[in-house]
Design a protein around this ligand. Sequence first.
Ligand code: TEU
Ligand code: CA
Length: 555
Amino acid sequence: MKQTHGSSETWWKEGIIYQIYPQSFYDSNGDGIGDLQGIIQKLDYIKSLGVDIIWLNPIYDSPLDDNGYDISDYRAINPIYGTMDDFDEMLEEIHKRGLRLLMDLVVNHSSDEHDWFKESRKSKDNPYRDYYYWRGGKSEGPPNNWPAVFGGTVWEYDNATDEYYLHYFSKKQPDLNWENPKLRQEIVDIIRWWLDKGIDGFRLDVISMISKHLDFPKADGATLGEMFTQYYCNGPRVHEFVQEMYEKSLKDYDVMTVGEGPAITKEIGNDYTGQNRGELNMIFPLDLMFADWGPDGRFDPGSLDRRHIKRYFREWNDALGDDGWMSVFLDNHDFPRMVSRFGNDTTYRTESAKLLLTMLLTLRGTPSIHYGSEIGMTNVKLGSIDRYKDIESLNFYKVAIGKGMTDAEAIRRIEISGRDNVRTPMQWNDSTHGGFTTGKPWLESNPNHESLNVENEESANNGILAFFRQMTAFRKANKAMSYGVFTDLDPEHPHVFQYERKDVNGWFVVVLNMSDKITPYELSESKRQLLISNYTPGSNADELRPWEARIYSIS
Ligand code: TEU
Ligand code: CA
C-alpha cells in the first residue's frame, strides 16, 4: 500500500484552507447568487489573506434541495454559478496565484434527479436498480424507522415499483449503494475526471457513512447522535471502500483529501488518516461541533465548557500522533459562526475573533478558515421563518411548531444553531447587501454589514483583517507552527488555553484567555519574548485581559 503521507513535510500539512460557500461569496452578474466569475474577481483578495487552499462547497448541477449537496450531474457546473469554461478559467487563475483548489465530493448520496436514480426507480430489473438501496414494499413496510437527518424517516416509499428507498438526509438525497462495484467504479471515474482537469483534491462529504449495516436493524428511541454512532457511520466495509477508491484514483496524483467525519472518534481517526492506510490525508472530525447539542440534536443547543475545546484538540493531537494528520477548524457551512458560538460577538467581537484566529493558526494540524472569519463575521437574527432558507431549519420549524413549540422558541433555536447563520453573503462594504450583489440576495445579508465589512477592515489599523494577515504570515514564517510538538501547558484551567509548539525550528508558547474575565495568570516560561498580541502592547505580565491572546517565543 502506497504511503498516503509520511511524517515528511508536505504542502497540505503546511497550507491554510479558506472555505468559500459559492452562493454567498460574490455575485458578478446581479442575479443575487454568488458565482465563479465572482470568485475570480476576488482571487487577489483571497491571495492577500496569506491562505493557500480554497475549499469550494459543491458547484455541480443540483436542484439545490440541500444547497448543492444533492448532485444531479457530477460532471456539470450548475448554471447558476456559470459554465465549465468559467470553471476552467477560475482554476487557471487560482493556480496562476500559487493557490490550490479542493472540490467538495458528495458521494454518500446523489440527487433524486440524477439520471442514475431516474433509471433506478423505473423497474426492479433496471441496470441501475442497485445503484441505490431498495427494500420492503407497501404490504410489509420499510425495514425500520430510523430517523433521517433532515426529519422524517430514512425510507421513502416509491409507488412506481412498490418499494422504499434509503435516504439518510432528505428524500431528494437517495443514498448510493457502495456495495455495488459498478457504482464504486462510477465514483472512481468521477474522481479521475476532476483530477485530470487539474484540481488539487477533495473534501469528501460524510465519507464515514458510505458503508451500511445491511440488516438495517430496528433502533427504537435512539437519538440522532446515537444513530450516527451506532448505525450510520463507520460501517463494516467503510475502510475497504475508501482504500479501493484511493488505490484506483487518488494515489496516482499529488493531491489532498479531507474526509468529513461524522462519528469518527479520536480512537479510530488513524484508521482513516494513518500514513500507511492508503485512505485519506486528514478528516474534519465533528465531535466538537456536536459537543454542546442536547439529545434532540442541533436545535437543542446547550453551552460548552471551555475545557471541552482544550480537551478536544489535546486528545485528537495525542491520538493521531505522528501517524495521522489533524485538521483545525471551529466552524464551516454547517455550524454557527465561531465568534458567535465560541467567542463573544458583542462586547469583545474584535478581541475574541482575533483570539480564535490565533488558535486556528497556532495549533498542530491544517487550519480551515470559513469565509468571513477574517473580518469576524457573526451569526444573523432574521426573526421570522420565511426569511430562512436551509432545509434543516425549515423542516425543524415545521415539526417543532406541529408539536406545540412556540414560534418565538423555534426561531430562538434557529438563530443560535441554524446553518443559515454561516451562509450569509460575504460583507465587502457598507453598501446595500454588503456589496455582495446589485440584485436581491438569495439569503439576506447580515444588517451588521454596514459597519462589519472588508472595506472598513482594510482601512482599520488594528482590525481583524490586518491581524489575520499578520497571523498567516507568522505561521508561514515558522515551520514549528506546522510540525512542532503540541503540549497543553495548563489542561485544568477553566478558560485559559496555554500551549507550546516546539521543534528544531522554534519554540513558542501561546496563551488564550477564552473568557470575558480579567484573569490573573502566571506564565510557565520565564525566558520569553512577546511576539504577537491581540491587544495593544503594554499587557500586564501576570494578568490576562478579556479574550487576550498572546504568542511568545521562548529562548
Ligand atoms: O454534513 C453532514 C453533517 O454531519 C451535518 O449536516 C450535520 O450532521 C447535520 O447538519 C446535523 O445537524 C454534510 C454537509 O456538510 C452538509 O452541508 C449536508 O447537508 C450533508 O452532509 C448532506 O450532504
Ligand atoms: Ca450570480
